[in-house]
Write a protein that binds this ligand. Structure first.
Ligand SMILES: NC(=O)C1=CN([C@@H]2O[C@H](COP(=O)(O)OP(=O)(O)OC[C@H]3O[C@@H](n4cnc5c(N)ncnc54)[C@H](O)[C@@H]3O)[C@@H](O)[C@H]2O)C=CC1
Ligand SMILES: Cc1ncc(C(=O)O)c(C(=O)O)c1O
Length: 309
């Protein structure tokens, strides 16, 4: 049974994951190579805990369920039943972390990666016990979004997939097992198809960013939270889908590279919220306000969808 979990990498995703796992009674140890990241993660943990309170996900009454920060990877991993690698989406950075983990874990410890879409088969080539290596892809913000993808690589044992699936279920979350180790898995294949199209539409001057956000959030986004895309096909009618696809599919964005608009913004140092400007501009006050407002709305919607409101 999984009780002790080490998270390696405490940037954007780590603190929310740690908070959520601790609420389920897990003993979490949290490590990052960068001391400022640990400092930031400590305050982000507090924010995530407040959101979990508002979701009604109470801390265990038994005194279990803690998050312990450490700047020593051996200390973080010692005694862990599960190690979740959560470092940047770069195969050589991840491989170097697996090399370190390899020398520290017990033979039966499961090592999971929160990769957004690097095939698990590629990642597990860098670890000496690939049968115990699995993809565990959380969605951002991880303390609020209940769905987690579970992905086996070619060498992952079925038992490893089942253990992680059961762990996610025991947290009260929704595991989705992806049956083939395709790049991007499923969530990001769907998201990136949408992102490629919206960036293309803005780049071609078809629509302004604010208007496409309204169109997607209040049109398909709002609807998809209630009616999944396969169910939506039935709601619209397969004959309609067939008619529209006949003229539309060949006109959809299909570029293989990344749109120039994105490269230009990155070259100018405008990366989004983290640099104060991206598609939109953000003041520090606006960032705090947006984070609060988004968490509040996501919590409210989730409670309604779960029927708890
Ligand atoms: N940002 C997002 O929306 C999502 C990201 N992911 C995936 O999760 C993983 C982490 O992503 P983020 O949290 O966004 O990245 P991030 O860049 O915000 O944080 C990564 C953290 O890893 C630390 N780090 C770097 N090298 C390290 C090492 N050798 N040992 C320990 N720590 C190290 C960095 O100091 C940083 O704090 C990536 O694989 C990413 O693709 C998955 C779901 C959503
Ligand atoms: C833009 C973007 N890219 C990747 C991910 C991910 O799931 O890995 C997300 C996310 O929201 O979680 C994302 O927004």
């Amino acid at each position: 049974m999984i009780q002790r979990i080490a998270i390696i990498g405490m940037g954007t995703m780590g603190p929310g994951m740690a908070a959520r796992l601790a609420r389920a009674g897990m003993q979490v140890s949290a490590y990052d190579v960068a001391p400022p990241a640990i400092e930031r993660a400590q305050s982000m943990l507090g924010v995530a805990e407040t959101v979990l309170d508002s979701l009604g996900i109470a801390a265990p009454s038994t005194g279990s369920g803690t998050v312990r920060f450490t700047n020593d990877i051996a200390d973080a991993i010692s005694g862990a039943d599960l190690v979740i690698e959560n470092v940047p989406e770069n195969i050589s950075v991840k491989a170097e972390v697996y090399r370190l983990i390899d020398g520290l874990v017990a033979p039966d410890t499961i090592v999971a990666s929160d990769t957004s879409g690097i095939p698990i088969t590629q990642l597990q080539a860098h670890i000496s016990n690939p049968a115990r290596f699995v993809g565990m892809h959380w969605s951002n913000p991880p303390h609020i979004i209940p769905m987690i993808e579970v992905i086996a690589g070619e060498q992952t044992a079925d038992e490893t997939v089942q253990t992680i699936r059961e762990l996610i279920r025991s947290l009260g979350l929704l595991p989705v097992v992806v049956k083939k180790d395709v790049p991007g898995f499923v969530e990001n294949r769907v998201l990136y198809a949408l992102l490629r199209e919206v960036v293309d539409l803005v780049e071609r001057g078809v629509i302004e960013p604010e208007d496409i956000d309204t169109c997607v959030s209040w049109g398909i986004g709002y609807k998809l939270a209630v009616v999944g895309p396969m169910a939506l096909l039935d709601m619209a009618g397969l004959d309609i889908y067939n008619s529209v696809s006949t003229f539309l599919n060949s006109d959809l964005a299909d570029r293989k590279d990344v749109a120039p608009m994105v490269g230009k913004k990155i070259a100018a140092g405008t990366l989004g919220i983290k640099s104060g400007e991206g598609i939109y501009s953000y003041t520090p006050e606006r960032i705090v306000e947006l984070q609060r407002e988004r968490a509040r709305k996501l919590v409210a919607i989730r409670r309604i969808l779960e029927g708890t409101d």
